[in-house]
Design a protein around this ligand. Structure first.
Ligand SMILES: C[S@@+](CC[C@H](N)C(=O)[O-])C[C@H]1O[C@@H](n2cnc3c(N)ncnc32)[C@H](O)[C@@H]1O
Length: 284
């Protein structure tokens, strides 16, 4: 079979784009036909299809469809991430939110902290949070659990390995690298005392059945994920976060992401370093 490009018609584009949106929440607007055509080209070749319509029917009805859906999530997601991304927000987390949580929980005699990094990609975000918690020294002797999830199995493999190259450290202080990583050749391996706090699992954020099995969280980070969704999906995912947060739990979105026109259920807390969404206390 030749490696000639296969053109995607408008009709095929609209079928595939809607299907992808339905299973992943990822939204491809009208200007992205060529992008989708290019990204899916190798999948068609692999299955020896000559046109996108046949591929669409394969995705919809073939017994191998679940595996293929996983495979296209790999080629369509943007997995860019690095340690200590968006510093002002992390300062709000470490210097303002964590001390507040500690003093609130202590009043209630609680010594357990659960954090979810939703759309964690290769794991730099949940490991950053684990490092900041260790650095804070506030939770020694507590049961701290951080759960990282992503739709892509490939990124989770890297996350679980805890091994990174220098491109993941563009904003990391040298002292943190020395303290929390072992340098092996040109790679950096996260220390076990950080790795042990974090677990990973595959989870599609629009799969409500699977999300219903997750325990309630004190803090959710979902940064640079919902920018790829349309408003309907943003609303659906935000509603899940609301459900999964405990009362007064915190939601950290990416700096370009907002709940304006998406949800009015959260309050926006103005800290010195940044603004953070919070689920209000329930009133009886
Ligand atoms: C740009 S990365 C963000 C990583 C990290 N949160 C950060 O801010 O550095 C976006 C991640 O969201 C994941 N993602 C996209 N759609 C998803 C979905 N429906 N369910 C779960 N993860 C999804 C992608 O696979 C990708 O790894």
């Amino acid at each position: 079979m030749s490696n000639e490009p296969i053109e995607m018609s408008e009709y095929e584009f609209s079928k595939l784009r809607d299907f992808i949106n339905e299973f992943s929440g990822l939204y491809f607007d009208d200007g992205t036909r060529y992008f989708l055509e290019k990204r899916l080209h190798n999948r068609l070749k692999l299955h020896q299809f000559n046109n996108f319509e046949d591929y669409y029917f394969y995705l919809k009805y073939d017994k191998g469809k679940d595996e293929e859906i996983n495979a296209i999530a790999e080629v369509l997601t943007t997995n860019e991430t690095y340690f200590f991304r968006e510093e002002p927000q992390l300062n709000a987390f470490a210097k303002e939110v964590l001390p507040e949580i500690k003093s609130e929980f202590e009043k209630e005699g609680k010594k357990e902290l659960r954090i979810w990094s939703a759309g964690c990609s290769t794991g730099e975000e949940p490991y950053t949070l684990a490092i900041l918690i260790k650095q804070s020294g506030l939770f020694e002797g507590w049961n701290v659990e951080i759960f990282g999830s992503d739709i892509s199995l490939r990124v989770l493999q890297t996350a679980r390995s805890g091994i990174y190259s220098s491109s993941s450290f563009r904003l990391t202080k040298e002292e943190y690298i020395a303290k929390y990583f072992e340098i092996i050749g040109d790679k950096f391996k996260i220390n076990d005392n950080i790795k042990n706090i974090v677990t990973f699992g595959q989870l599609n954020l629009i799969d409500n059945n699977k999300i219903s099995t997750i325990e309630k969280m004190d803090i959710i980070f979902c940064r640079n994920v919902i920018i790829y969704f349309n408003n309907d999906t943003k609303k659906l995912v935000t509603e899940s976060f609301y459900e999964k947060l405990k009362e007064k739990g915190f939601l950290f979105l990416g700096h370009s992401e907002t709940l304006i026109n998406i949800s009015n259920k959260f309050i926006l807390r103005h800290y010195t370093n940044d603004m953070v969404y919070q689920k209000p206390a329930l009133t009886l």
